[in-house]
Write a protein that binds this ligand. Structure first.
Ligand code: PHE
Length: 452
């Protein structure tokens, strides 16, 4: 338990497991490879890595500090730390982001459930890549099954959030995340052993800077924010459950490291296989759902690996969705005085309504477009590149300029010793570098190049 009577994580490992559980998910294994593939590979990866170190870690830390200091939910935290000021709007934006993210995320999470069933029933057997692509397109364009899976996934999420933080979240993540890592490494080895795989590695690791525009930098930044779960208060909420003796800098770097390792390994799993099969890296959201089944088909004991892999992927998605729903639930419980069960039900049902639109935008609603994007694409784009990116921007501005250095480090020093040089570098990143870098990228992408 934490020092107050709020529910809390049991200790350092529990926090790392839960925060890494939030970070590692479809963002790493589904979104990272296809966005990297669409944006030129190596140079995108490099910018992504820079964003994780220079912006991601400072924002993770800032969210943890805000959460633990205030002992409150994403919106309540700002109200408590700056009463009477409008900073709680950052929290409100986070709650909106939670709605937007869960809406489209549960669509894709639902696909993972379908793929568990497909791999158990031998649905990929002896199929060519074209057939697998057709299967994927036919499945996502149908309505009933994708909707059913989405709903089941939302129910699973709500059920765990219902059970409360410590019992619910920690128990699952501690065992299953390391298992996922092992599975990914096994699949990486198979992918690298295919003839022609070297081209894929080159695509992923050899930067070609001609492909970089402000727009791609924004996409890399958005992907980093999405993958690290920053910018919407998920980590503020989790931060409020962290004990006062848990070292926050250590936890932040560990979480960023774990998340980035899984993302890069997912790239190593996908691109060599993709190039070996002669497919295009710019295949979009279907990328991993087409390439991975083909890879499993070519592996000894492939069916077993496929089943295991999609189960673990679904679990990784689940430990992410619970952290998103938790933002909404903690808000409703603490600010609107709802009971936890009621808050969970209301949150899950209202999100499911927009969620259905996202799922249907691969089928009946595929021609319904806003800003030239389907509902799914729009939610996907807005969440990472606008809501989370600006959320992260306001969070660092808040810590650097409103909370200020002394109170910020007071919170950190409760649990760990910090060398003054490290403290200065960290605070420089939070106060000056991160706001200027994120601001400049956003201005470049939206106002100079225009929204694409
Ligand atoms: N980081 C999660 C993933 O990579 C998604 C997520 C985004 C979770 C924002 C919480 C908050 O899948």
């Amino acid at each position: 338990m934490s020092l107050t009577n709020r529910d809390g994580f049991s200790g350092k490992f529990g926090v790392i497991a839960a925060a890494a559980g939030s970070a590692v998910g479809l963002g790493n294994i589904w979104r990272f490879p296809y966005i990297t593939g669409e944006n030129g590979g190596g140079a995108f990866l490099l910018i992504y890595l820079l964003a994780v170190v220079l912006l991601g870690i400072p924002v993770i830390l800032s969210e943890f500090v805000i959460g633990r200091k205030s002992q409150a939910n994403a919106l309540g935290a700002f109200r408590k730390l700056s009463p009477g000021k409008p900073w709680w709007l950052i929290g409100l934006m986070g709650i909106v982001a939670a709605f937007v993210i869960l809406s489209f995320y549960t669509t894709v999470a639902g696909w993972t459930l379908e793929y568990i069933v497909q791999s158990i029933t031998g649905g990929f057997h002896n199929k060519s890549t074209t057939e697998l692509a057709d299967d994927f397109n036919n499945f996502t364009a149908s309505s009933f099954r994708p909707l059913l899976w989405q709903l089941i996934f939302m129910l699973l999420t709500a059920w765990i959030v219902f059970a409360g933080i410590q019992k619910g979240i920690e128990k699952y993540t501690k065992i299953l995340m390391p298992l996922l890592l092992i599975m990914i490494i096994v699949v990486c080895i198979r992918s690298l052993s295919l003839e022609g795989s070297y081209e894929g590695l080159k695509f992923l690791f050899k930067p070609d800077f001609n492909k970089i525009t402000a727009q791609t930098v924004l996409l890399a930044l958005g992907q980093a924010a999405f993958s690290l779960s920053i910018g919407m208060g998920a980590l503020i909420t989790y931060g409020s459950y962290i004990r006062k003796d848990t070292p926050l800098i250590k936890v932040s770097t560990d979480v960023a490291l774990a998340d980035t390792t899984i993302a890069v390994l997912s790239g190593v799993m996908i691109f060599p296989a993709l190039f070996a099969l002669g497919e295009s890296p710019a295949a979009g959201p279907g990328l991993v759902f087409i390439t991975l089944p083909k890879l499993f088909e070519s592996m000894p004991a492939g069916e077993f690996f496929a089943v295991m892999f999609f189960i673990l992927l679904a679990v990784a998605a689940l430990t992410s969705t619970i952290s998103v729903l938790e933002v909404v639930v903690a808000y409703l419980v603490e600010e609107k005085n709802m009971s936890r069960p009621k808050a969970t039900i209301i949150g899950a049902i209202s999100i499911s309504i927009t969620g259905v639109l996202c799922t249907l935008s691969f089928g009946p609603l595929k021609d319904f477009k806003i800003f030239d994007k389907t509902v799914f694409d729009l939610m996907n784009y807005i969440s990472a590149n606008i809501l989370l990116t600006f959320g992260a921007l306001f969070i660092v501005i808040y810590c650097g300029w409103i909370l200020k250095k002394q109170p910020f480090f007071e919170e950190l020093k409760i649990s760990e010793k910090i060398h003054p040089i490290l403290a200065n570098i960290l605070f420089f990143l939070i106060k000056y570098f991160a706001p200027i870098a994120i601001g400049a990228i956003a201005i470049g992408a939206f106002f100079i190049e225009g929204l694409t």
